[in-house]
Structures are given as structure tokens and as C-alpha cells.
Design a protein around this ligand. Structure first.
Ligand SMILES: [Fe+2]
Length: 374
């Protein structure tokens, strides 16, 4: 066995800990933070609260509130232009995965004025020091707060592009479950489903190792224990806290392992048909898990994850899907050849436990788009 681990940010976890944001900024030697967020987070009141906390502590925050859903290279360049004008000494990403990814992307561009995001495609291409970054997630979903990658859409094609570097990892992830109470119900559902898919896919990736497996297992336990109450509309404060921590730990699982076929096949559905990420992933996940059961190691890992559930992982996934009552993916089956071509080029698919040939991808899309699991 060969593996190499990557660090986790310092985690500050607990209800009400947003109040410690000023101390976090000072601990990193900064005094002029830039908050990168989106209008929904402004409307929820979180930005004003964070800015007031910082201002009361004698810090001078600026706010960029125009982060876009599924941010593109241009969206990040716009954020960089704003940051270049206000010249922060620290970046705070406050919001869901899109705000955190915009913040990370901005940090890449701000630190490398002569480069474009595509120059960082892949891992480890940052050559200059980057600003310290604090991630404050308001959704329990992507786990971006624990990852050194930003996932952006290419201008024009909207193809997903992952840009990572150890310097882009948050120094601190401030996990305050009270911030997640403002999520719209559908957003919270898709975010939690995405986090669950991260625990499941990272557990069986060809890059899994004892460290990533520990993160995957713990993330899956936290998420599976609490998601049903979210899907039935009655999450307690404890459930919200478990979902937020589970999503962050699933982010660390990805950081130390990889994803697989559900994300490789979902990304083209988002790029071409604008399906929300969580919906796209769960359109594919039941079919991918059943396909991967044909690999003995993956089947054992799925069994390891699900032993406390009292049913097999594929059956439990069907149960969760029934509770989630997601809208069907509106994608005509005749575009499957194009989707297969797109998915075949997805880097993340290379880490699926069973190889993804065009024939396999065709079969996965056919089963997902012509006979969706209900
Ligand atoms: Fe995801």
C-alpha cells in the first residue's frame, strides 16, 4: 500500500462560534479581511453579523457579495478585480460551496496577477504565497471548507475544472451549525445528499487509504444518522450539527482520497442541463453503487459503511431517495452519447473502483435517465 495524506484545516466546531471569527482573523496575523459571499447569505443576515463582529473588534472588513452559483472563470475574475481594489490581507469565504470556491479561486488569481484560473487546472501549480483563508460554510454539503481544490466552470462550455494547491486550503474552517438553519429546504436537502455521496464515493475510490477511510466512515455515520430527519422536515439542532460536521469530514475524505463515477457522470448533467449538483449526483449514484457492487473490495467497503443501517447500502440509498422525493432529471435519452463523451473525459472517473469504459458509461446513463430509481 502507498499513500500520502493531506492536512485538514483547524476546525472550530460548535453552535455560536461565529463570534470567534475576529479572534481567528487576528490569530492569522491579519487586520483587513475580505468576506466573499452571495446575496442569499446577505439576506439571511449572516454577512452583517460577521461584519459587525469584525468591526467591533477593530478590524476593517470589506464584502464582495456577488458570488454566483456554479461559479465560472469570469465570475472568479470579477471577484479578483474587487479584491485587487480593496487589498485584503485575509480572505473569508462565507456561504455555500459556490462562495467558498469563489473565495479560493479569488485567492489563486490575487496571488498570481499574470495568470488565469486554467493555469491552475490540476494540483500544485500555485507558485506564489497565497493569503490566509478562513472558510465559514452556511450549508452542510460540498465540504469545500476542508479541500484544497476549487471547482469552477470553464467559460463557455461550463465544463467543471478542479484547481488545487496545498496553499489554497483554508487555515481555519469555522463550523457553526446555527448558520445552517437559514438554508432553504431544497438547498439543504441537495447539499446533504451531496455530502453523503462524498462519503460513499471516497470510501471506494481507488485512492482510498486508512486515513481517508476513517474520514469516510465517520462522515457517513454522522450524515446517515441525521439525514432522515432533514428529509422528513424535522431536523433538530443536533441533526444540523451532525450534518455540518459530517459534510466537513466528507470533504476531508475527498481531500485524502478521490471521488468516482457518480460525480464523473453527474458533472456533464450540470454542465449541459444545469441540473443542480446534488440532484445530478443522486440521479446517478444508485446506479453507480449497484455497478460498483461487482467489485469485491467496493462491495466490502459499502458493507462496512452500512452495517449499522440494517439494510444494504443500495437499498438504503433507494429509501433515502424515496424520502427526498427529488424532481426527475429532465434530460432526453438521445443525448446519452454526448454525455458519455463528456463523462469519459472527467478526471474524477479514473478513481472509480471499476473502470469506466464508454460502454459502462452508456449503460449507467441509460439506467439512470430512462428508468430512474423511485
Ligand atoms: Fe459533490
Amino acid at each position: 500500500m502507498n499513500f500520502d495524506t493531506r492536512p485538514c484545516p483547524r476546525l472550530l466546531f460548535g453552535p455560536g462560534r461565529l463570534a470567534e471569527l475576529p479572534e481567528c482573523v487576528r490569530a492569522l496575523g491579519a487586520s483587513k479581511p475580505l468576506i466573499i459571499t452571495d446575496p442569499g447569505i446577505v439576506a439571511a443576515g449572516h454577512v452583517e453579523r460577521a461584519a459587525t463582529l469584525l468591526g467591533n473588534a477593530g478590524l476593517r472588513p470589506d464584502v464582495f457579495e456577488e458570488s454566483q452559483v456554479n461559479p465560472t472563470e469570469s465570475d472568479v475574475a470579477e471577484c479578483r478585480d474587487f479584491a485587487a481594489r480593496v487589498r485584503p490581507d485575509l480572505i473569508i469565504g462565507l456561504g455555500g460551496g459556490s462562495s467558498l470556491d469563489t473565495a479560493k479561486g479569488c485567492n489563486f488569481l490575487l496571488s498570481h496577477p499574470d495568470k488565469r484560473m486554467s493555469d491552475f487546472h490540476g494540483y500544485g501549480h500555485a507558485t506564489a504565497p497565497m493569503l490566509p483563508f478562513i472558510a465559514v460554510p452556511t450549508t452542510a454539503g460540498t465540504g469545500s471548507e476542508c479541500q484544497s481544490y476549487t471547482v469552477l466552470a470553464r467559460d463557455g462550455t461550463h465544463e467543471k475544472m478542479a484547481c488545487g494547491d496545498p496553499k489554497a486550503l483554508a487555515r481555519i474552517a469555522l463550523l457553526d451549525p446555527e448558520l445552517t438553519a437559514s438554508q432553504p429546504e431544497f438547498v439543504a436537502t441537495l447539499a446533504a445528499l451531496d455530502a453523503l455521496s462524498h462519503a460513499i464515493e471516497s470510501a471506494v475510490s481507488t485512492k482510498h487509504n486508512p486515513v481517508s477511510s476513517a474520514y469516510s466512515r465517520q462522515a457517513f455515520k454522522l450524515l446517515s444518522d441525521s439525514i432522515e430527519s432533514l428529509l422528513t422536515g424535522t431536523p433538530s439542532d443536533c441533526d444540523r450539527a451532525q450534518l455540518l460536521l459530517g459534510a466537513a469530514m466528507a470533504g476531508s475524505a475527498i481531500e485524502n482520497s478521490m471521488l468516482g463515477a457518480a460525480h464523473a457522470t453527474a458533472n456533464p448533467l450540470t454542465a449541459r442541463y444545469n441540473l443542480p449538483h446534488g440532484l445530478a449526483v443522486w440521479t446517478m449514484l444508485p446506479h453507480v453503487v449497484r455497478f460498483n457492487m461487482g467489485c469485491r473490495d467496493a462491495a466490502a467497503k459499502y458493507g462496512d459503511l452500512s452495517h449499522h443501517l440494517g439494510q444494504s447500502l443500495p437499498d438504503w440509498i433507494d429509501h433515502v431517495l424515496a424520502l427526498a422525493n427529488l424532481p426527475p432529471a429532465e434530460v432526453p435519452p438521445d443525448v446519452i452519447p454526448q454525455l458519455v463523451a463528456d463523462a469519459f473525459g472527467q478526471w474524477t472517473g479514473r478513481f472509480n473502483p471499476r473502470p469506466l469504459t464508454p460502454e459502462v458509461l452508456t449503460s449507467l446513463y441509460e439506467s439512470a435517465l430512462t428508468a430512474p430509481v423511485s
